[in-house]
Design a protein. Sequence first.
Length: 464
Amino acid sequence: MPTTTIVALATPSGLSALAILRISGPAVADICKAVLPGFKMQPRVASLTKAVKKGETIDNLLAIYFPAPNSHTGEDVLELFPHGNPFIIRKLMEAICCVPGVQPAERGEFTERAFLNGKIDLTQAEALGDILSARDSKNLNNAHKLLSGEISGEIKALAESIKHISATLELDVDFAEDIGGVEGRELRVESGEWRVEGGEWRVESGEWRVESGEWRVESGGWRVEGILKQLQNLKKRFRVVQNELPRAVLFGAPNAGKSSLINALVNENRLLVSETPGTTRDFVEVLLHLPNGDILLTDTAGISDNTKSEIDTQAMQKTKEILEKANLKILVVDSSVPLPSEFTEWKKIADITVATHTDLEAVVSGEWLVASGPKNLGIDELRKILNDTFFPNNEHEKTWITSERQIACIKKAEECVQRAAEAGATELAAFEMREARNALFSVIGEISDESVLNAIFSSYCIGK
């Protein structure tokens, strides 16, 4: 276990009202004595105190002490809340690091210590990364479920079931070696759990048995088939988390009102709007905050068969390329003028059609949404459509797995159990079940490789 004390800034660098410094390790008491001489180390009590270096005041700040083992890392933890002046932060860090045994934290080192001290398992540690990167409600809720241990609990229960079967198979192998086989022999423990009789041995409580080279679970308990099904279901719950925000691309004829519509959606004059066609020459991306997540709105150059210059031609080609990458295509049509000749072709690729430049009341009518940015008509309806399209509500959806590492371990466990089921000898079945058990224990980190831990925790920010 770590013997050093680590310190890091847990908030972004730069000027701010407040910042957070996090400290963890055995030297917390020494830091309080040297840097916070007036601070009384009362557990979980926020106290206003003074930070000093060689008698010189650095800052007046709040401090909270969390004694081991009842802290996030399982060690003594001190959290400081100084003013968010970078100069103050630097002076405070220097004072703390002057205490013997204290050093700046590496990326993810606080979370790594929480794992090493048994405060969280490896799936929960990875869930913290999902929380930091979540950009919508669904992924955030899933990350919180992972952090609460939903997947960990399933994995542990499954691993324990395999462990019991594996242990009993190994007992069968050891017993056969000790007595030279069980055929024709009888061994009873009348008040106990198992017996060997006539070449067969079984658990009397109905949990499982091995008979004539086959093994299975009796009376509705875990069977090999049931374990395989559980592993296969876990595999199906893998979902790749997209790092890029979903993109809704607005396209249509020049001067159809795409830029005005985006300005209305984000409720800001973010894009240049002009009555002159062709104002937008290149695509422009704007972040839109929806109730359940964020998306990118992409404004594109108008498409037309009548191009006036090479720049127009290049701009329209760029629009077509952006449309190919779109998660949602929104066709914007100027309802105050005749439909363009390309409308039928455009309509085939559009997911949503929005009519602009209209004085009609906003209604969702068939496949068309009538909207007017200046009057804010239809804008709320369009926002709701975008929110429901990109972030559909599925309250009964099971927690999904986001880690490729976890899925690789689950696949290995499945392969081992499958080979165990097909094994012709108890020794082979015992070996494969032991490997399956170890693979599942690797998911939650009870068996872990140092290189795997380094890859996981080094991806986190400093101070986490």
